[in-house]
Design a protein around this ligand. Structure first.
Ligand SMILES: [Zn+2]
Ligand SMILES: [Zn+2]
Length: 458
């Protein structure tokens, strides 16, 4: 088989892999780069211009994995579009929201390429999207060539425990198998249970490496981290200032809301409204509606009933009084411009009574990433529209990741027993760590890190 890395960046960037297995073409994910603008944010689809793409398959509905799906469908109009049935419920919302964000950025930042696709185009292609259950084998190619002796390759979704609908993807050909982890959490989170990858064995493993550059300190547990966050929230309430928790609308928001619901129920923090964004609200309802069909914890907990959720109206973030221990759980997780998180942060960063708590990854080139990197008292450029700010507020980082730790992924490599491991979705130092450690454990495994646009034959 041949595998091409279409991510335009050597960092996490825009996930998209092209796989040619036994003559059939499969595009795995069609992401968009969170830290780039215009066409530069797209995967390198030109590199596979001459290929036939039989199907496009999605691991999950985060922007860095699905943000350019309509562009991919336009490029490869014959392709089927396959995803889990839970992703099927989410994907249109995610992409319509992207159209809105891109349209705003065109007007406000003058990015002429935007929007890269429109609402009408999205409505037109939505009819080809197909949702499937986990752990069901699906034929994805050779629909036209069915004849005696022809073996059609299949794929199967495995619950990845990362966000609602997330999946690892098993691709089976006549002779070879490949498993793509997508983004994966092996550990139970507050609301979602960990991945169900126990039976996975494959010849080739395409693996995320997000946390390869991060070792887990001795004594670290998720429970202790939750306790540290709880104490920090109690302090915010004592100070009667506010706290901003920037999150992705899908996944992180519901994890944090579930945590807040538990803390309010047990009386650790007082009952009060939680301010969220419109899209966060939509996905929170989906988590509630699909509670019984999802492999999750607290399956009786309905977030929209347990919490008093208040959707921030347009422009409200610029006007509200920032007093009284208010809690904001709003997008964007990386504080991109023209989002509630960005606008609130602008008002909070230079006020030492306010708190901003990060609970997930923020790309270094985004406003969130730059705030994380700035030392207390330091001046830094927050964003083009926000300009230079001095970091005075209380900024804390809580490790409540929805990604597997590196030791868990190493153990997973042992379980899968691959001949080849292809590393992606991580910075260079993360991939290097995995390359060295996989080799040290099993020198027979070939470890590959194809760069942007590069193809490897395995
Ligand atoms: Zn993700
Ligand atoms: Zn990702």
């Amino acid at each position: 088989m041949r595998i091409t890395n279409l991510n335009p960046d050597t960092e996490i960037g825009a996930t998209s892999w092209f796989l040619n297995m036994e003559g059939h073409g499969l595009l795995m994910d069609a992401g968009m780069h969170p830290g780039r603008e215009g066409r530069d944010a797209l995967p390198l689809y030109d590199k596979i211009q001459s290929e036939t793409v039989d199907s496009i398959v999605l691991s999950h509905c985060h922007h860095d994995h699905v943000g350019s799906l309509p562009v991919a469908v336009r490029r490869f109009p014959k392709a089927h579009v396959l995803m889990t049935e839970l992703s099927y419920l989410l994907v249109e919302r995610v992409l319509h929201n992207s159209v809105n964000v891109m349209s705003r950025q065109r007007d406000e930042l003058g990015i002429k390429d935007y929007p890269l696709f429109g609402h009408d185009e999205l409505d037109d292609i939505a009819s080809i999207f197909q949702g499937f259950r986990y752990n069901r084998e699906i034929e994805w190619a050779g629909h036209q060539k069915r004849q005696a002796g022809f073996v059609s390759p299949t794929l199967e979704f495995y619950d990845a425990g990362h966000a609602l609908g997330s999946a690892g993807i098993m691709v089976r050909g006549g002779k070879q198998t490949l498993f793509f982890t997508g983004d994966v959490s092996f550990r139970d989170q507050t609301i979602l249970r960990g991945a169900r990858f126990e039976d996975v064995r494959a010849d080739v493993l395409v693996m995320e490496t997000t946390r390869g550059n991060r070792h887990v300190p001795p004594g670290f547990t998720r429970e202790r981290e939750v306790e540290r966050l709880t104490v920090a929230l109690e302090q915010v309430q004592k100070r009667r200032a506010c706290v901003l928790i920037p999150t992705f609308a899908l996944g992180r928001t519901q994890e944090i809301l579930a945590l807040l619901a538990v803390l309010m129920k047990t009386g650790r923090i007082r009952q009060q409204p939680i301010y969220i964004g419109g899209l966060g609200r939509v996905f929170t309802e989906m988590y509630d509606i699909e509670a019984q069909r999802t492999h999750r914890m607290l399956s009786q907990l309905k977030l929209t009933e347990a919490l008093n959720l208040v959707v921030l109206e347009k422009g409200q973030a610029n006007k509200m009084r920032l007093r009284g221990g208010r809690i904001f759980v709003v997008t964007a997780g990386m504080m991109t411009e023209h989002t509630a998180a960005h606008d609130l942060a602008l008002r909070m960063v230079e006020d030492e009574s306010q708190s901003i708590f990060f609970v997930g990854y923020a790309e270094p080139s985004t406003p969130g990433g730059r705030l994380k990197a700035a030392k207390p008292g330091e001046k830094f450029v927050f964003s083009p529209s926000g300009g230079e700010l001095t970091h005075r507020c209380d900024v804390q980082d809580f490790d409540l990741t929805a990604h597997a730790n590196r030791d868990e992924l190493l153990a997973f490599v042992d379980q899968v027993g691959p001949k080849v491991v292809v590393l992606g979705h991580g910075n260079q130092d993360s991939r290097e760590w995995f390359a060295a450690n996989i080799k040290a454990r099993n020198p027979k495994i070939r470890v590959l890190q194809p760069g942007p646009g590069e193809t490897v034959e395995v």
